[in-house]
Design a protein around this ligand. Sequence first.
Ligand code: 5AD
Ligand code: SF4
Length: 436
Amino acid sequence: MTEAKKLFIKTYGCQMNVYDSERMAEAMGADGYTLTDVVEDADMVLLNTCHIREKASEKLFSDLGRLRPLKDAKPDLKIGVAGCVAQAEGAEIQRRMPLVDIVVGPQAYHRLPALARAKGPQVDTEFPAEDKFDHLPERKALRGPTAFLTVQEGCDKFCAFCVVPYTRGAEVSRPVDRILRETRDLVSRGVREVTLLGQNVNGYHGLGEGGSWTLGRLIRALGAVEGLERIRYMTSHPNDMDDDLIAAHGDVPQLMPYLHLPVQSGSDRILKAMNRKHTRDDYFRVIDRIRAVRPDILFSSDFIVGFPGESDADFADTLDLVRRVGFGQSYSFKYSARPGTPAAEKAPVPSEVADSRLQQLQALILEQQRAGQEAMVGREVTVLYEKPGRQPGQMVGKSDHLHAVHVNDATGKVGELAQVRVLASSANSLSAVRIS
Ligand code: 5AD
Ligand code: SF4
């Protein structure tokens, strides 16, 4: 028997990439690779890149530079670049960094073992004609009682700043029966919570009984899966929050009261320039309709500051939107031009102006997050235990509202849903004691 080969994966960016890294680890596992956390031990190193944030390719090239001594010492070491930077830059990566053996785009991960076996440089950034979900592994490795489940990939929205429609391609939805089958399998193996993933997940339109299903309908079917206690989904576009999905927030008890619904800006002028195809009032209306059926829901959002043309008044509109909605949590980014996107052609806002706006927005977001956590103190909440805490007699998990909670509970078990009372709120988590 040959000795197991070792695979080291570095994942940058979003949950979709975390999920994809797991898929790649499983695909390579079938070829005899086991995961390692020690890069020096690896026979193969994969960098799973993200193109959304600033300076993605610079970071990649500097990480690749740092691998050079290892490659010199171990000429058989395979180095692969995956993810959205791989998709966007393709063979250019190997031209600049000949130590890279494999460049593989998100649509081609099922071909990774074959690419790793092949001799010489390999680039595979093809979009498949066949159904790419066919290649998802039958059984993925589990990490505790929560699991991500890809139901949709790609995006047709073409926001003016975003590379996703180019790197991830058009929207494709996974058929209903496969999602249900995988969910039942996950539940039979101890999973209690699934997060349905997709770049534009609420644009879901997978084939099911009687034709194409919406996400709301899929969530109702998942609500009927015995043993599945919690359902979440991300990331959504405000324009795809249809009546049925909104109603599901009111009448599917497993659907958790937390929704990531990016708005990007609070200014109508900037929303238009971003090609978001909705106004700030449209966003307020969607929020109001969801709150009408689920008053305790917490929202989170993404914001971009310093989009080309953003004036002080536009930015003031963003702060105003944040104050009006009141978010449980949010992510804010300084605009950074992505080559190939329409916004990249426009004159940027001065960097210092964007920096100062980012600071103001982040301060407001943090204030709301802290206040939201403080408001939980004294309340009884349900926590799904994900792992033991660092202190003895402590369990760690998430509340329905996605707050991280440390619970004093000497007999708690991973996978349990516990009723706890919140005692205190600290920077990023709540602490609590079990009551039943
Ligand atoms: N510049 C800054 N932030 C961006 N995002 C996407 N593209 C860019 C860009 N070019 C942010 C958006 C998106 C999140 C995942 O990343 O807010 O919702
Ligand atoms: Fe990008 Fe999201 Fe806009 Fe799609 S909806 S183009 S993924 S920002």
